[in-house]
Design a protein. Sequence first.
Length: 575
Amino acid sequence: MNIELLRADRAEAALANPALAGSWTQLHAACPWATVFQRFEFCRLWYDTFSERYMPVLAIGSEHGVIHGLLPLAQSRADDTLLIAGGDEARYQAWISVPDHGASFIDQALDRLRTAFPRASIAFRCIPPGTPLDWSSRGERWKSLTVAQPVQRRLVSTAAAGAPGGRFLEQGGGLKLLQNLGAVELKVLSEPQELSAIVDQLAVLQDFRLRSVDEAHHARDPLTTLLYERLMRAGLVHAATLTLDGKIVAAHVGILDNDRVMLEKFACSPFFAKHAPGDLYMQLLASELSSRGVKQVDVPPLVGCPESLATQLDHAFAVSVFLPETDNLAVQTGRSITRRVQTALRSFGSASSAMRSRARRLRARLRLLRVTALPGKLVRMVLHRVWRSTEFRLYRMDLRSVQALPNPGLMNRDSLADLLLFTPREGWQLDFWKDSWRKIEDGAHPYTRAEQGRLVHYGWMVEKQATSHLWSVGQDWVPPEGSVIFTTFYTDPRERGRGLYYSSLCQMLHEAQHVPGAKAVFIGVLADNAPSRRVIEKVGFSYEYSFFEKRRPWGVSRWSNAPAAMTQRADTSRA
């Protein structure tokens, strides 16, 4: 088989040639493992969208003028690295060929690439099942230069998941509970303009979820949105939203692959967590897709994607191929170590993700560490544990007194995009997104102010809470019936003195009047936080009672001057 390597202008010319498009389409139809990500239309649109970043590279295998194999790649204009066409936007990456040449084509194509790109490596993000991989383990030539790692696939049968009587669709299930709150709509998107807005909102939800579990996250790329718009015009995108009174409950963007949909982006809103929005959405989506003749949904192994409705689990493979021709001992040893390490990580399963998360947190803590301040911090930490007296004061304001206050309206309510702009300045703030996600799931609402790409102020409103645990004094507090709680306020040190705390409290008090059944607002503050106490009292809050803790080397004592009904033990809320 003759392997021709087309690069840059020659590749562009070939892509513009209808003859290649026709041969590519025929080859794709004859290839049993091919997916939509290897279709000519998908690759062409990806090349066009990312043309400023990548140049096309085509490895074409032919005999007697007939194309038997094709590997679409791209070369970075910035650093000459190679990647499979589709990049991060193509879940499945592979070559296409006629079945009889599946292994021989890629074997020869990689040899040709080794000559043209002697310093490169190629990573197949996820090679679909059925793709011939025996070439990578047969003999020593590619075996020592290839690392393969299994990737779990979760497949959902639309007929099974969307069947009537599912636990989320049945009477009294999650759908009925949502409908009791307002107008619920599952809308399939058909216009690129609609898609653009949803992709941006999905990106915010996904980024926030990943940060909340200490997973790596990626900056939003406007070119990805542009690609999805072009793919929608080509009929290759299926996207939908589930909304409650216009607010997103869950949404997805998927790529159509004949009778299958590949979920590429999926996210649920934490504000509806108690309704299991992911499972509900998947069941509604499966029902809708089944009515359109789609038989299967391919769910990626991403944080937040529902697993309970999967009807089939199997594995694909992520494969990395090292192309350098150097075969010295150092290279061979390096490849061997890489393979052994990845094998060990696979044996730990989910532990590898936890290890990566801990490593990221350690790096973040080291970046925030100021060596000169370390001795003072250690002293304060020891004293805090063994010798301190703490008073936590609770203030109350009747909602009938709110009307006289100004309402500057500077804060956004429930803005995850604002929360994503937070920059940790101390080690204890690294849990900010995890704590924020948990608060939202428990029903709290953030009020935020962002300026010039920075979160400068935030505070939280808890509309209803049976019991609140006061962590600073280790005691439980039972709020009176009809209480709204304001908690966890923070202003960026660089922005203090501007009145943001005062403005935030005034706005939140005005909006607390609309909480059903609300009679009064409570807010707590440590007694030694004089600046915050002054603002709270300036707004009009009145002191009610305190909770105390006294720590000494020989023991800890706790007490309160609150009414007994306010201090009884109860199940501790996390909010």
